[in-house]
Write a protein that binds this ligand. Structure first.
Ligand SMILES: Nc1ncnc2c1ncn2[C@@H]1O[C@H](COP(=O)(O)OP(=O)(O)OP(=O)(O)O)[C@@H](O)[C@H]1O
Ligand SMILES: [Mg+2]
Length: 275
């Protein structure tokens, strides 16, 4: 589920607060990350997942960026909100920043635009971190940088969907977040159980090969070097590939800016904790 920002999107379209279950049910399943499908019946509604995702093209993206700005603008009237068709701009994908799934050629991408109130051009920073990691031989979710008058947007290739050749539809690839693997809490006490070594153990328990544990170690080092103190367990995942759980490509790595050099990671790196 989206965190703060995604909830705000929904609250703007409904005039009252929603409890967590209603919130879960209010998001479209089509682009949800992870293994859960949410609904009121055991079988999905007919047509679910059949509607093709919108293509990432100039006008659609510009509209999405306008909507992102409007979410922060408490002054908009109900009519103005209706005109923006905010409901169509939702995404069930988690994370704090605005994002939406689009089709780009034969792939699905997660579009992460620059927010109106961002002091820094985060899409450029994220693109730089990802391409640098790739140049060092790390497995990354492919990114690009779309430059527009309204601001830059980062499309990230989704690794949890695959296109079925016959039907031209996208299928989910099973995915588990690091938080699920660790059986840890998101709003828990002092990031309890968020430990790199424990995550490596979970890879081992689920039969992921040694190479994935080595790659996780590289990511831990890279996060420290880049200053990505937002390396929480939802920013790590495994996906089901060729009959085994494998570490997913790298995603959401960028320095946390504006607070000076990062003092600690979000996850514990050794016996002395996250520093
Ligand atoms: N390339 C991808 N393919 C599939 N799922 C992805 C991909 N990138 C991100 N996700 C999923 O979407 C979630 C949100 O994406 P991401 O972490 O990039 O957003 P964010 O808003 O920057 O997050 P945060 O709150 O960690 O800063 C991730 O936790 C993960 O579950
Ligand atoms: Mg994230």
């Amino acid at each position: 589920m989206p965190n703060g920002r995604g909830e705000r999107v929904l609250m703007r379209t409904q005039n009252n607060a929603l409890d967590p279950l209603k919130l879960l049910l209010s998001y479209p399943d089509e682009d949800r990350a992870g293994n859960i499908m949410a609904g009121e019946h055991r079988t999905p509604r007919p047509g679910i997942g059949e509607k093709p995702m919108k293509m990432l093209e100039a006008k659609g993206l510009d509209h999405f960026i306008d909507v992102c700005a409007a979410i922060y603008d408490g002054q908009l009237t109900a009519d103005q909100l209706a005109a923006l068709k905010i409901r169509d701009q939702r995404s069930a994908v988690g994370g704090a920043r605005p994002k939406r799934t689009y089709r780009l050629d034969h792939k699905l991408v997660l579009a992460k635009p620059r927010d109106t109130f961002d002091h820094y051009d985060l899409p450029s920073f994220e693109h730089a971190c990802m391409t640098f990691a790739a140049s060092k031989g790390m497995q990354i979710a492919g990114t690009a940088l779309h430059r527009r008058e309204k601001g830059n947007t980062l499309p990230v290739e989704r690794f949890d969907r695959e296109r079925s050749q016959q039907q031209k539809k996208f299928r989910r690839i099973p995915m588990l977040s690091g938080l699920t693997l660790l059986d840890a809490e998101w709003h828990g006490r002092a990031n309890k159980g968020w430990i790199y070594a424990a995550l490596a153990d979970e890879f081992y328990r689920r039969g992921a090969p040694e190479a994935d544990r080595q790659e996780l170690y590289r990511r831990k080092a890279y996060n420290a070097l880049v200053g990505n103190s937002d390396d929480h367990p939802r920013n790590h995942a495994v996906i089901w590939q060729d009959g085994a759980w494998r570490l997913s490509p790298l995603y959401d790595v960028l320095p946390v800016l504006g607070e000076g050099p990062a003092q600690a990671l979000a996850m514990e790196v050794g016996i002395r904790g996250p520093c």
